[in-house]
Ligand binder design. Structure first.
Ligand SMILES: Nc1ncnc2c1ncn2[C@@H]1O[C@H](COP(=O)(O)OP(=O)(O)OP(=O)(O)O)[C@@H](O)[C@H]1O
Ligand SMILES: [Mg+2]
Length: 283
């Protein structure tokens, strides 16, 4: 379904001293139809750039991308515009993915209108269906992003994406800005709807727990390259690359393990009340 071969994407930065950042450096992998491939790796290793490159939201410098039998790298700008509905991406921050001035109804209807997917009444009916599918209701249709919670905004983003019935979805940490209870709801929603819509998915996350729950296979990325790829349980339970081992260890200890402990103030040993005030004596 998805075949990426020797993909490379570079950015050049700096005005006085030009510097080239090779964000994706010769990446190759396949994702089977209906499968979710997890993508993990530390911040800055190139996960988002890889996702964006596959969808040609940023132009790769080298390599070949085949999505659903179409060579995406060979498409012209106008062909790409027609192909775009088949591959979509959702991001961490739902709020910035939505137009702040648009009501939910307009946001969800917009892609249907752009791609001329039905008459006005058809689109109106489809918007209502979609909004229910993502667990919202009629009452939310007239709200704007600032009148919704982070989780509700992510549901609106999902409805917008599903409107186009994409064959391939890149989910870039879509729940990492949400609190834990809402994360579980959105993860379930993405998994269930992904299954219902028979979507193939690249699921980017730095949370290995989320990766285990969402993906049957996982790719580990380091400095623009994939260093290990395989079944999620095999890779995360029996990592063969030292970097994967480090990632797994870090996820077990958590971020606070590397923090220096702050000295605690000495605890009061005797507490007595004098003329209505607490007096603390410390040793
Ligand atoms: N538009 C850009 N211009 C220049 N450099 C960029 C650009 N986008 C990304 N980079 C650089 O490419 C590298 C990979 O960035 P990317 O956003 O893909 O990392 P990431 O793995 O998604 O990180 P995170 O987990 O923090 O989201 C970084 O060094 C980053 O600074
Ligand atoms: Mg990223």
């Amino acid at each position: 379904m998805i075949e990426v071969t020797d993909l490379e994407t570079c950015f050049s930065t700096g005005f006085i001293r030009r510097r080239v950042v090779r964000a994706v450096d010769g990446v190759s992998f396949r994702i089977e139809e209906g499968e979710t491939l997890g993508l993990v790796g530390e911040s800055g290793c190139g996960k988002t750039t890889l996702g964006r490159s596959i969808l040609r939201l940023v132009e790769p410098d080298r390599g070949r991308i085949v999505v659903d039998g179409t060579d995406v790298t060979a498409l012209s700008r106008s062909e790409l515009r027609c192909f775009r509905p088949r591959m979509q991406m959702i991001f961490q921050d739902a709020y910035t993915s939505l137009n702040p001035r648009m009501r939910v109804r307009e946001s969800v209807a917009e892609p249907l209108k752009i791609h001329r997917m039905g008459s006005r009444t058809d689109i109106d009916r489809r918007v209502r269906e979609l909004i229910e599918e993502v667990g919202l209701n009629e009452e939310h249709l007239n709200r704007r992003p600032y009148e919704l919670s982070g989780g509700q905004n992510q549901r609106v983003v999902l409805a917008r994406v599903l409107a186009l019935k994409p064959r391939f979805l890149v989910a870039d940490e879509p729940t990492s800005a949400l609190d834990v209870s809402v994360q579980a709801q959105i993860l379930n929603l993405i998994r269930d709807l992904g299954h219902d819509y028979r979507m193939t998915c690249l699921y980017i996350s730095h949370d290995l727990g989320v990766t285990r729950a969402m993906s049957s296979r996982v790719a580990v990325m380091l400095e623009g390259r994939i260093v290990e790829i395989g079944r999620t349980a095999d890779v995360l339970d029996r990592p063969s690359h030292p970097y994967t081992r480090r990632l797994v260890d870090a996820s077990l200890t958590g971020p606070c393990a590397s923090l220096e402990r702050l000295p605690l103030p000495a605890a009061p040993t005797t507490v007595e009340v004098r003329s209505g005030h607490w007096v603390e004596e410390t040793v």
